[in-house]
Design a protein around this ligand. Structure first.
Ligand SMILES: Nc1ncnc2c1ncn2[C@@H]1O[C@H](COP(=O)(O)OP(=O)(O)OP(=O)(O)O)[C@@H](O)[C@H]1O
Ligand SMILES: N[C@@H](Cc1ccc(O)cc1)C(=O)O
Length: 493
């Protein structure tokens, strides 16, 4: 199935009406839209089938349990800026229906990364507080390239890569949110579905006319680039209007009144609230940004930056993902627990207190962080895989190994390849030398006598030990260990 259509089928499809067709409706309904969009009758609010229509009963339950999501985000260090403080009261006003909130992700890579996870976490907080969410994949904006935070123009992606990336990102978002909240609580849209029908002349007339050059030029993403040697293309300059129009469209047609994003998205988000005010003459559209998650060198975690901590298990195994979080420094772990997990603040305060106490087991806080975040991103099965692989690498572990576990740890352990006949029926002592694990057979013999030689995590105590067929895990691989830390994966070539 083509990736775009896969993404579309993950979504319950969006309205196919053309850009032009929207405007008569838009002008006609201005008076209505000056009021809060939730005052529209249901049929107007949901012009397509993207949202499961809320039953009155469901709404009542939401209303009873609505916590103030903005205050929660602020308390946890997930709030950078708000376009208006009145979002605080709007989000907990139980006389209004739940808010609809969106966050966009451009398909600049096949996977999202740990920095992008913040957007999914903030969406999840909105869901936990009884609101509705939309994740938008930028099939159209990805063709243009967001200049925010970039010193150079992005390379153009071909259609195949874009389709693959749209599909990969949609799968990740629907996996995480679906597992936590159920498939009906959110939708995933692709902005290419409306941009593909937009005609340049209509765009200039209906949107461009309302965008002020002074305001556009003053955005940080534009100013910085104009000062640079390379300058900025007209294409990239228009990016803020594309994102701004997305917000307008979602506000007008889907009742989405809040856009969230990392702090680098402020200029694009306010482009949307400005367009909504000017074109629709409507108030009640809000922007909320969260701080960027930075690496220890102060640079942003990014898709197109080096060393991304990918969320896709095919780019980074759940084990490696877990290990990354397991090794964050003590100075970061409490902040990360607040930002990246849903543990209560009281529980995090308790963990912090324990860290300072005398009987604290080192890395306990990191283990909790790694478990919570791996569970959120990779589910029970992913966490189990990460735990088993971690256990398999623990010095002296007796975990029964399987092919998946060995693959998971393969990045962290030296490996070599040998043909089947150079492994089967070969003496273990000889193998430790031929694979380079130990320097000599006498060193291997000494270690064996001390009880420090392991085959697939099982201690070996006979010098005559030879490798048997059923010890070659899944016919593909064996794990040799010399002492507690020195390991070697032998792949059958
Ligand atoms: N390190 C980060 N911390 C918090 N949010 C981030 C981080 N990186 C990206 N985001 C947010 O994720 C959303 C999607 O961003 P985007 O698709 O541009 O990802 P990106 O990693 O910045 O990609 P690229 O590196 O190609 O610019 C935006 O709201 C953006 O602010
Ligand atoms: N500009 C955002 C992605 C995005 C795209 C379209 C939108 O409507 C919103 C957000 C980013 O690159 O991070």
């Amino acid at each position: 199935m083509a990736a775009n259509s896969l993404a579309r089928s993950l979504v319950i499809c969006c309205s196919q009406r053309s850009f032009l067709y929207h405007f008569p409706i838009l002008l006609h309904s201005r008076a209505t839209q000056r009021r809060h969009p939730y005052l529209w009758p249901l049929s107007l609010r949901y012009s397509s089938t993207q949202f499961v229509q809320e039953s009155t009963e469901g709404d009542a339950a939401d209303v009873r349990s609505r916590l103030n999501v903005v205050n929660i985000l602020e308390e946890r260090g997930l709030l950078e800026s708000l376009t208006s403080d009145s979002l605080r009261s709007a989000c907990s006003d139980t006389s209004l229906p739940p808010l609809r909130v969106y966050c966009g992700f451009d398909p600049t890579a096949e996977s999202l990364h740990l920095g992008n996870l913040l957007g999914i976490i903030v969406l999840s907080w909105f869901l936990r507080c009884g609101h509705k969410v939309v994740a938008l994949v930028g099939g159209a904006t990805g063709r243009v390239g967001d200049p925010s935070g970039k010193s150079l123009e992005r390379p153009e992606l071909d259609h195949l890569a874009l389709d693959r990336n749209v599909s990969g990102i949609s799968t990740i978002i629907s996996g995480i949110l679906g597992r936590c909240h159920g498939a009906k609580c959110f939708s995933i849209l692709n902005n290419y579905d409306w941009w593909k029908d937009v005609k340049l002349l209509d765009f200039l007339k209906d949107v461009g006319r309302f965008a002020r050059m002074g305001v556009m030029m003053s955005k940080e993403s534009v100013r910085k680039r104009l000062e640079s040697e390379q300058g900025m293309s007209y294409t990239e300059f228009t990016y803020q209007l594309l994102q701004g129009y997305d917000f307008l469209r979602l506000f007008r047609d889907e009742g989405v009144s809040v856009q969230i994003g990392g702090s680098d998205q402020w200029g694009n988000i306010t482009a949307g609230t400005d367009l909504i005010r000017r074109i629709l003459q409507a108030e009640g559209a809000y922007g909320l940004t969260f701080p960027l998650l930075l690496k220890s060198d102060g640079t942003k975690f990014g898709k197109s930056e080096d060393g991304a901590i990918w969320l896709s298990p095919s780019l980074l195994s759940p084990y490696q993902f877990y290990q990354y979080l397991f090794s964050v420094p003590d100075s970061d772990v409490v902040r990360f627990l607040k930002i990246l997990t849903f543990l209560s603040m009281a529980e995090i305060a308790q963990i912090e207190k324990e860290m300072q106490g005398p009987g604290y087991v080192p890395n306990n806080a990191q283990r909790r962080l790694a478990e919570e975040v791996t569970l959120f991103v990779h589910g029970e099965a992913g966490l189990e895989e990460a735990r088993k692989a971690t256990e398999a690498l623990r010095p002296g572990a007796e975990t029964k190994l399987d092919w998946k576990i060995i693959e998971a740890i393969a990045e962290d352990v030296p490996s070599c390849s040998l043909p089947y006949d150079k492994v089967l029926n070969i003496s273990l002592l000889d193998l430790t030398v031929s694979t380079g694990l130990l320097e000599s057979k006498s060193a291997a013999r000494r270690l064996l006598k001390q009880g420090g030689l392991y085959l697939n995590n099982c201690r070996v105590d006979s010098e005559a030990k030879k490798i048997e067929a059923d010890e070659i895990v899944d016919g593909k691989v064996i794990l040799l260990s010399a002492g507690k830390k020195n390991k070697m994966i032998v792949r059958i070539s």
